[in-house]
Design a protein around this ligand. Structure first.
Ligand code: 3HC
Length: 444
């Protein structure tokens, strides 16, 4: 089956979720772009957006429409060529409307899993629940006569196990997007020996059409991205717990979040990132990884305690951030959870003393937003890390310890055989987590 045939009948499972909606968006655009090519005129393209909640699907359509308008605005010049035979489309807004209509015409929302019984390609982005994933794969595989390919977005569950338990005969691979899929450039590709070669070739071509960077990971629980993220998160939590000997835990969480964002020029502090992904998702990934990582403790009692209290983070269907370790207003952290009372403590009541305790950020350290735009980052990062290293201020010391732990974690992924090489680990952090520099560097 050619690329074009494979991409004509597609389903996304969990399409209304935060990862599913991004995968649906990118796939809908790719399918519409193929449909609009002269050689494919008249062919049908169907993308089933499957999810359990009608309400979620309504929110999904709103999200997709808005994002397609943005995408169309960015490529209006090339779209004008695509629609050159449609003389009635004169203004840019006409072109944009036509494109939105074409992309939306591909998408069929449904709560019925049966829609996938006719698909040749299935993207799976349901919640990180291995039993649920296997049940859905088995149901579709048993009822679908076209030997569909399954691309799972699992961020942690080994693909070999899913293949075996759902009896898929090698027609599954890990195709792991990063959040938000429309923004992050990375796809982590996890293949298994049983995969047909054409399936792997298709996966690479599809990723390339989406303009994604592909990094291969070996099939080891957590893969590269979460292999780093989970250990980075646990280190952050343990650092905050250690600091709570000298300040309340909520203040310590604020300090570590600030160090990991502002002193290390990252897009988000580590606690904000845990909230963004979801405390319950992080907890699940840790549980999946733990049995595979003998001799290492991948667990946080604080995380368990908060999830038990219903503090889960994640996002609302409009993309806004739910409260987790931090409480958000208009996307900005405004308070931090007090694990004892379960209520949030306003940052304004303690940030002055906490910031004083951390000390000033060295002038050489640029905020992430400015740093990501710099072409020659070495010129900025070498003096920035030097300044952090020579300083005896608490914030700088914490930042250096954090960066060293991140580097050690990254190297371990290579020595444990998860990543093929150090460059791949750096690429994952640069393109999946939008870091401005890789964890394995010579700055320290
Ligand atoms: N869908 C589409 N576009 C989105 C979006 C979404 N959900 N969220 C943000 N964007 C777009 C914005 O519209 C904006 O686009 P524009 O430049 O064209 O206007 C652009 O992204 C930047 O957004 P903002 O200006 O609002 O904010 P920031 O510049 O601070 O960037 C961020 C936001 C891209 C989320 C950035 O903070 C970031 O990359 N943070 C790190 C996120 C991360 O680490 N993700 C990986 C998590 S781990 C994972 O996914 C693996 C999983 O399996 C556990």
């Amino acid at each position: 089956m050619e690329y074009i045939q494979r991409i004509q009948k597609v389903s996304v499972l969990g399409a209304a979720g935060k990862m599913g909606s991004g995968i649906l968006l990118l796939t809908a655009i790719e399918m519409a772009d193929q449909m609009l090519k002269p050689e494919n005129q008249g062919q049908s393209f169907v993308l089933n957006a499957i999810d359990t909640s009608d309400e979620g699907l309504v929110g999904l359509v709103k999200y997709i429409r808005l994002q397609v308008i943005k995408a169309a605005e960015k490529k209006v010049v090339s779209l004008r060529k695509v629609y050159s035979d449609k003389k009635a489309l004169i203004e840019n807004s006409d072109i944009i409307d036509a494109y939105v209509q074409d992309v939306m015409s591909v998408v069929r929302t449904t709560t019925r899993i049966e829609a996938a019984y006719d698909s040749t390609l299935i993207f799976e982005a349901v919640s990180e629940n291995q039993a649920l994933k296997e049940k859905l794969f088995r149901m579709i595989n048993e009822n679908n006569n076209s030997q569909p390919w399954f691309f799972t977005n699992t961020s942690s569950v080994p693909i070999g196990g899913l293949n075996k338990n759902a009896s898929l005969g090698g027609r599954i691979l890990g195709f792991h997007f990063y959040n938000p899929p429309a923004v992050q450039k990375l796809v982590e590709l996890i293949t298994i020996d049983e995969n047909p070669i054409e399936m792997v070739e298709f996966a690479n071509k599809y990723a390339s059409n989406l303009r994604k960077t592909v990094v291969p990971s070996n099939d080891i629980a957590g893969f590269i991205g979460n292999g780093h993220f989970m250990r980075d998160a646990l280190f952050g939590i343990s650092e905050a717990e250690r600091l709570s000997d000298e300040m309340p835990l909520y203040e310590a969480i604020y300090c570590i979040d600030r160090v990991t964002r502002d002193f290390l020029s990252r897009p988000m502090g580590i606690f904000q990132l845990i909230d963004y992904v979801g405390l319950d998702v992080v907890q699940f990934i840790l549980r999946v990884m733990q049995p595979h990582m003998q001799g290492e403790k991948l667990h946080s009692s604080l995380l368990d305690e908060l999830v038990l209290k219903g503090v889960k983070g994640g996002q609302f269907s409009d993309g806004s951030q739910k409260n987790g370790f931090l409480k958000y207003e208009k996307g900005k952290p405004v308070a931090v959870i007090d694990n004892i009372t379960g209520s949030y403590v306003d940052i304004n009541t303690f940030n002055e003393s906490a910031d004083h305790w951390l000390g000033a950020i060295p002038a050489e350290v640029l905020p992430w937003k400015s740093l990501v735009k710099v072409a020659d980052k070495d010129k900025i990062l070498e003096p920035a890390f030097k300044a952090l290293q020579v300083s005896s201020l608490k914030g700088c010391e914490l930042a250096v310890a954090y960066a060293l732990n991140s580097r050690e974690t990254a190297r371990k992924l290579v020595s444990d055989g998860v990543a093929h090489n150090e460059k791949d680990v750096n690429t994952v952090l640069l393109t999946g987590f939008f870091h401005a520099y890789g964890p394995i560097n010579d700055y320290l």
